[in-house]
Design a protein around this ligand. Structure first.
Ligand code: BGP
Length: 480
């Protein structure tokens, strides 16, 4: 009983939220580099990335590019078995459609992965974490154009060949399904996911399905290529997962919640089963949206099923029926209601460890694949304490959040038969928030001295949770 002996305990970050050095080492500009900082309630905007007076937090990140040795040493001190990060596509292909890869970028990740192995840390690598080359967005409108399938597959193959023997666990597109929440989350999700830029009057529902289809084909072709290049490679999908509960036991609310699950999670069906679910094919037929699925795409999808399901889990939702089942393509804010049984973070993210067990079961019942929880964490405004020698933040709330979620996943392993490969919490070190671009929304066990006002020297210090997580890993999750 308990977690497997070789359980991959660790943490996860993404290149664009941490590395900084946005124009060093031959790197090109990514879609993340041109996004302004938002703040609570104000969405980030996409500009050309050079407007005076605008704040572009991803240009700097936490300067992981220059600090990674120090940071990995701290992860190793906690006993990390695994560390998830992404490769910045623009370090390898600065424009996305370049003939040759950028050797300096390839070398950076060689050094990074070598350092991880030296410390006994297994790399888990996402190929595209919200950061397609900006040039591909501008010139091709991202994944709206089929040519981007080839650009991605070329990039993926270069990575598989170069890092064969160094990287075993891969994921293709981070939280590929976020784009399903276009209306409530703002069009920037479409840009983050598929680097598709939206103009007024565009049919964004059509654009969402078409660009997602191209990404799914690109992902499937990459999975196939990875297996050919390195038979030991395991390639997963990465789904942003939240349980969607009915607000009441009124059958209409129950059906509505099921429709919301259809709407948000059909992506994983394509990744894991190699074909579209029937409810979506019906919708495409009804709306005339099936013109972008070519026969060769169906073959590619069928031949490129993922080896495991990677997913993030932060919160759950509750939804009520507001008069239209299966709203055209979004469950907007009016459909979602506050779950009175749950508390929420300062950003309104409802804290629900039981929902994690529910989600593990949802995946397990359908796909019977191994799983990896590749993100789970608690964003908070941490209070810095000056006069404590042991730690600089007393983040008991973060410990409580993580402990409850680890306990829930242990139940899923012990009682529900879930095959769980690992857990990489988000994020072991404070980094830039993806949704708001803030520094002050902190997740780390390691504090980074830098804030929203761009004050600080990037020095690193331990929080209380640092010692707690070290102990969790030491006891293989037995003592929380
Ligand atoms: C996920 C993303 C991450 C991330 C995390 C926390 O959606 O994959 O990139 O940052 O959520 O979100 P945020 O940073 O907005 O708090």
């Amino acid at each position: 009983m308990g977690f497997r002996k070789d359980f991959l305990w660790g943490g996860a970050i993404a290149a664009h939220q941490a590395e900084g050095a946005w124009n060093e080492g031959g790197k090109g500009v990514s879609i993340a580099d041109v996004m302004t900082a938002g703040s609570n309630g104000v969405a980030r905007r996409i500009t050309n990335g050079v407007i005076d007076g605008e704040d572009y937090p991803n240009h700097v990140g936490i300067d992981f590019y220059h600090h990674y040795k120090e940071d990995l040493a701290l992860m190793a001190e906690m006993g990390f078995k695994a560390f998830r990060t992404s490769i910045a596509w623009t370090r390898i292909f600065p424009n996305g459609d370049d003939e040759q890869p950028n050797e300096e970028g390839l070398k950076f990740y060689d050094d990074l992965f070598d350092e991880m192995h030296r410390l006994g840390i297994e790399p888990i690598v996402t190929l595209s974490h919200f950061e397609m080359p900006y040039h591909l967005a501008e010139k091709y409108n991202g994944f709206m154009d089929r040519r981007c399938i080839d650009f991605f597959v070329k990039y993926a193959k270069v990575c598989f060949e170069r890092y064969k023997g160094k990287v075993k666990y891969w994921m293709t597109f981070n939280e590929i399904n976020n784009q399903a929440e276009l209306i409530s989350m703002g069009a920037h999700h479409l840009a983050q996911e598929g680097a598709v830029l939206v103009k007024e009057g565009d049919d964004i529902e059509y654009m969402m399905y078409k660009s997602a289809h191209h990404e799914l084909v690109a992902s499937a072709l990459a999975v196939k290529a990875a297996h050919e290049i390195d038979p030991d490679a395991k390639v997963g999908c990465m789904i942003g997962m939240n349980a969607v509960y009915p607000a009441t036991c009124n059958p209409e609310d129950v059906l509505n919640a099921q429709q919301a699950m259809h709407q948000k999670y059909w992506y994983v069906e394509v990744h894991a089963r190699g074909h579209y679910p029937k409810h979506l094919l019906k919708k495409f037929e009804r709306k005339g949206y099936d013109n972008f699925i070519l026969p060769e795409d169906e073959k590619a999808l069928a031949e490129g099923c993922v080896d495991y399901i990677g997913f993030s889990y932060y919160m759950s939702y509750a939804t009520k029926y507001t008069g239209r089942f299966g709203r055209s393509f979004d469950f907007s804010e009016e459909d979602y209601v506050r779950n009175t049984y749950l508390k929420a973070s300062d950003w309104g993210w409802q804290i629900d460890p039981v929902g994690l067990r529910w989600c593990l079961n949802w995946f397990n019942d359908r796909f019977e694949l191994p799983m990896m929880i590749v993100e789970n964490g608690f964003g908070a405004y941490d209070k810095y304490i000056d006069d404590n020698d042991e730690y600089v933040v007393d983040d008991q709330y973060r410990i409580d959040y993580l402990a409850a979620h680890i306990a829930a996943m242990k139940e899923a392993v012990d009682y529900d038969g879930v095959d769980l490969l690992g857990y990489t919490m988000w994020a072991p070190i404070d980094i830039v928030s993806a949704s708001t671009g803030e520094y002050d929304k902190r997740y780390g066990f390691i504090y980074v001295n830098y804030n929203n006002a761009h004050e600080g020297d990037f020095s690193r210090a331990k929080k209380k949770s640092f010692y707690w997580y070290k102990h969790v890993i030491e006891t293989n999750g037995e003592d929380l």
